[in-house]
Write a new protein. Structure first.
Length: 157
């Protein structure tokens, strides 16, 4: 059967002292370390959750910024198109004005050349008329003396 002797009681007392020591010293140290580790894990999980929320918020913000940038780019493109059309219209107007000016200048030059040609022809016709009249009359006509008559003859031509 079971023999209870002094060795058994001594071992039992050592075991109880060892259990008491573990309970009073080792368990609180381990419990403190476990609590610290649990707190770190909880903080890490909370930080991960905050990071996830921040990521979602940042993605939404990025989407809004991209949308705003696209709208701004579209507005800039439309403004550039309007400016290009204005520039084209201004260039067309300038070209039309320049064409009208050149046409007027050409018409004025033609009128001037026509007038010069008429004047030259009148002078030549007047000279021919004087020459013909000299031959008909048989004597020389003094151009200085008959200037008024020759001018009226040239004007009639």
């Amino acid at each position: 059967m079971l023999d209870i002797n002094g060795t058994f009681i001594g071992q039992l007392l050592v075991l109880l002292v060892l259990l008491w020591f573990i309970y009073k010293v080792v368990v609180p140290m381990l419990a403190t370390k476990i609590e610290e580790r649990q707190q770190k894990i909880a903080n890490g999980l909370a930080a991960a959750e905050r990071g996830q929320k921040d990521l979602l918020s940042a993605e939404a913000r990025v989407e809004e910024l991209v949308k705003a940038a696209r709208q701004r780019a579209l507005a800039i493109e439309q403004q550039a198109q309007v400016r290009a059309n204005e520039t084209i219209d201004a260039a067309k107007q300038t070209a039309q004005n320049e064409a009208a000016r050149l046409l007027e200048a050409a018409q004025a030059q033609v009128a001037l050349d026509t007038q010069k040609a008429r004047d030259a022809l009148r002078s030549q016709v007047a000279a021919l008329a004087v020459s013909g009249a000299e031959k008909i009359i048989g004597r020389e006509i003094d151009a200085k003396a008959h200037t008024q008559l020759l001018d009226s003859l040239a004007a009639n031509l």
